[in-house]
Design a protein around this ligand. Structure first.
Ligand code: SDX
Length: 437
């Protein structure tokens, strides 16, 4: 996948250990920053680069998603997220992310049928839920059950075969919502609801979440559209922490179901996908608008670990375009449901206004991110906060699968193995305990 659009750069390194000039390739992307190709750096200089959180490091070449943090732009295979949120649907966006182009009618119907036919899970897998306490966090269940899928798809599989890679991505994308809904049903002691082949993806998910055998279930098209929209907005996002986890796990040739389980584990963190649940908990703790200044002060206090959840982003130094779409959707859903009662949305809007006028947030370009509004919508839809990150995982499984498949198809890909700056003890000799005083 090496890019042909390249130049070269001469870098002179003067330090206490080196005084020499070196030549490196520079690769130019279609859009966005160019890269220094430093793969030969250690061989040429005997030095490593040092970039612990990968603040200035491109880990791979990709054609899937592009973010311009300064402009607040997000493109899926070149299409702006706001256009896809407005005019597309999650299954069509899934096809786009996996294949690189929007499907025609026949391609869409075929793809939709394939995904639909994979939504059931092996009946044996339902027994695994019984091993969890009823109050287990649903993300713990997701890590366990999705990881267990690798026990059902392993021995007779060759994941180097592109056809079997494709089937694995179809299975994961189709089964994750079924497992997510089962995690919810298990937590409330209701029977599992099987997927239905006559329902589109988002409606099928809400049906599995909220239907009960005792009566017919009537879905709400506004809620289904909002759910589909939330899935679109969360589907992929370049090389974020969980996607990088999936790529690194996959680089060893690990089972793709195990790799996605690793991505779910990483997404759970409150600094990443767990932030949507943390936003709701934070708004609940703030309670009323008169307490907002107290929490803004805490967020600015270096001695206080509290951060304003749902604000800030490693890449966006402008509004997260997903937050913009969700902000509008939040008003629509709450108006449709007539549930502005608890004032969470009004509290969030007030918090956003105050924070965006405060120089601490303005100076650091800390804007609301995707997690700031998603929780408010999901809660209004009757989804418990403990399930918010699970829904993030349902959507991001599409991006994880697309990124994993891109990595597996990259002829230059090798097992990821970073180096380190060692500051531990130099070599020393073992002393028996009797000599240690
Ligand atoms: C997601 O990578 C992705 O693409 C992720 C994601 C995706 O789709 O995959 O977009 C999903 O994870 C969104 C982010 C959700 N997380 C949160 O909302 C948690 C709250 N936000 C922060 O923890 C933080 O903003 C991060 C983790 C999102 C980004 O952190 P960075 O880029 O490492 O920035 P930083 O921690 O170096 O902060 C820079 C400064 C610091 O102050 P100074 O040391 O310069 O004085 O900004 C401050 C930070 O203290 N800061 C905050 C803050 N976020 C950053 N201060 C208060 N509240 C915050 N939320």
């Amino acid at each position: 996948m090496a890019t042909e659009n390249k130049a070269s750069a001469t870098v002179s390194l003067q330090s206490d250990v080196l005084d020499e000039a070196f030549e490196f390739d520079v690769h130019h992307g279609t859009i966005g920053p160019s890269v220094f190709d430093i793969r030969k750096l250690y061989g040429q200089t005997g030095m490593f680069t040092y970039d612990p959180a990968f603040m200035s490091t491109a880990s791979c070449e990709s054609k899937i998603t592009y973010i311009d943090g300064e402009k607040g732009e997000l493109l899926y295979r070149g299409y702006p997220i706001e256009e896809l949120a407005e005019s597309s649907n999650f299954m069509e966006v899934t096809y786009l992310l996996l294949n690189g182009e929007l499907p025609n009618k026949a391609e869409f119907e075929n793809f939709n049928t394939i995904i639909t036919r994979h939504t059931m899970i092996h009946e044996q897998l339902t027994q695994l839920f019984r091993g969890f306490r009823r109050d287990a966090h649903p993300m713990a269940i997701m890590v366990g059950v999705v990881g267990a899928l690798s026990a059902f798809y392993h021995d007779d599989h060759d994941f180097m075969d592109p056809a079997q890679q494709l089937t694995s991505t179809h299975r994961l994308i189709a089964k994750i919502p079924t497992i997510a809904a089962m995690a919810y049903k298990y937590s409330i002691g209701q029977p599992f609801v099987y997927p239905r082949n006559d329902l589109p993806f988002a409606e099928n998910f809400l049906h599995m979440m909220f239907a009960v055998p005792a009566e017919d279930f009537t879905g709400n098209p506004v809620l289904a559209k909002a759910m589909d929209n939330i899935f679109i907005l969360h589907a992929d996002h370049e090389q974020n922490a969980s996607t990088s986890t999936v790529r690194l796990a996959g680089s060893s040739g690990a089972n793709p179901f195990a790799c996605i389980a690793a991505g779910i584990a990483c997404l759970w963190g409150p600094a990443h996908g767990g932030a949507n649940e943390a936003v709701l908990n934070m708004l609940g703790e703030i309670g009323t608008t008169d307490r907002i200044p107290e929490f803004i002060a805490r967020a600015k206090d270096k001695d206080d670990p509290f951060r304003l959840m749902g604000f800030g982003h490693r890449v966006y130094k402008n509004f997260d375009p997903r937050a913009q779409v969700l902000r509008k959707s939040a008003h629509e859903v709450l108006d449709e449901l007539g549930v502005r009662g608890d004032g969470l949305l009004d509290l969030a809007m007030k918090l956003e206004t105050i924070a965006l006028e405060d120089e601490y947030f303005v100076d650091r370009k800390l804007y609301p991110n995707v997690d700031f509004y998603s929780g408010i919508i999901l809660r209004a839809m009757g989804i418990p906060p403990s399930l918010f990150t699970v829904l993030f995982a349902v959507a991001r499984t599409v991006g994880w699968c697309a990124q994993w498949a891109e990595m597996m198809g990259d002829p230059s890909q090798k097992i990821g193995r970073p180096r380190q700056l060692y500051t531990g003890s130099p070599r020393r000799t073992y002393a028996p305990i009797s000599d240690r005083g």
